[in-house]
Write a protein of this length. Structure first.
Length: 268
């Protein structure tokens, strides 16, 4: 009982520590002026939320565009990262260490150097200032997460399950749907979560490749924070963190499920 209480207390402390930074944002979003040395605002108002959710602010359009870019980037990263992770996790081949190093390069190299290099290439390809260019640019930092997560998943995957399914007459598509996918699903959801959040939070890449024409939520948030509108900034910031929290809540059970890989692979 004491151990359970300690675990519960630790979970509550951790949750409180994670939620604490969001409290000032929530207060700012409904504050009608919050001046030092007041501990709490003297007046409250929902004008910031009304403005943030109005058509004139452009927040909803940026929210939809950012969601579309992040989801498309995640889908493309999965289509590339799953087979690449399978190759890295299951097989040994010459140059494997070099391939892994190249995958890690975007995370190792300074971000500003990567941005300037990509901008020169995309400018020659005519992709700057376009949503397509921003999506392709987001793949650079996103792919390493997806591929390396899937490589770790496939390193513990037994391909004999697939061989047994094929020997029983299953087609490649049926084998993937009924055997491979349930086995790798927790890892795939983890990689997709990382991919979505990395793409969702991109500021410098979006600014450089989008050229200010592709107005995502991070760009809009930075713009309002520089203008001194702390109330609107707080409202936008809460909207900004909402998708990540929702996705984490929805996928938490699949990601943390024990024995999901083996149970999925053995499921008839």
């Amino acid at each position: 009982m004491r151990a359970d209480r300690l675990k519960t207390l630790a979970a509550l402390v951790l949750a409180g520590w994670l939620i604490l930074p969001f409290l000032p944002l929530a207060i700012w979003s409904v504050a009608h002026g919050w001046r030092f040395p007041d501990l709490l605002p003297r007046d409250y108002s929902t004008k910031a939320w009304a403005y943030a959710l109005s058509d004139t602010a452009g927040v909803l359009e940026s929210f939809a565009l950012t969601t579309f870019i992040a989801l498309t980037t995640t889908l493309l990263a999965a289509l590339i990262g799953v087979p690449a992770g399978r190759a890295l996790g299951l097989y040994r081949f010459k140059g494997k260490a070099l391939v892994t190093l190249l995958l890690l390069a975007p995370a190792i190299l300074p971000g500003i150097a990567v941005v300037f290099g990509l901008h020169g290439i995309f400018l020659r390809l005519g992709l700057t200032g376009t949503t397509t260019g921003v999506i392709l640019a987001h793949l650079i930092p996103v792919l390493p997460y997806m591929t390396l997560v899937m490589a770790a998943v496939f390193s513990r995957f037994d391909p004999d399950f697939e061989a047994q399914a094929r020997s029983l007459g299953a087609s490649p598509i049926q084998t993937f749907r009924n055997v491979t996918l349930p086995a790798i699903l927790p890892g795939l959801l983890t990689g997709a979560l990382f991919a979505f959040l990395v793409s969702w939070s991109q500021y410098l890449l979006t600014l450089a490749i989008g050229g200010g024409r592709v107005q995502t939520l991070p760009l809009l948030l930075f713009s309002f924070s520089n203008s001194g509108r702390n109330d609107v900034t707080g409202a936008i910031a809460l909207l900004y963190i909402l998708p990540g929290l929702l996705i984490l809540i929805v996928t938490a059970r699949q990601i943390t499920g024990r024995g999901a890989a083996l149970a999925g692979a053995l499921r008839p």
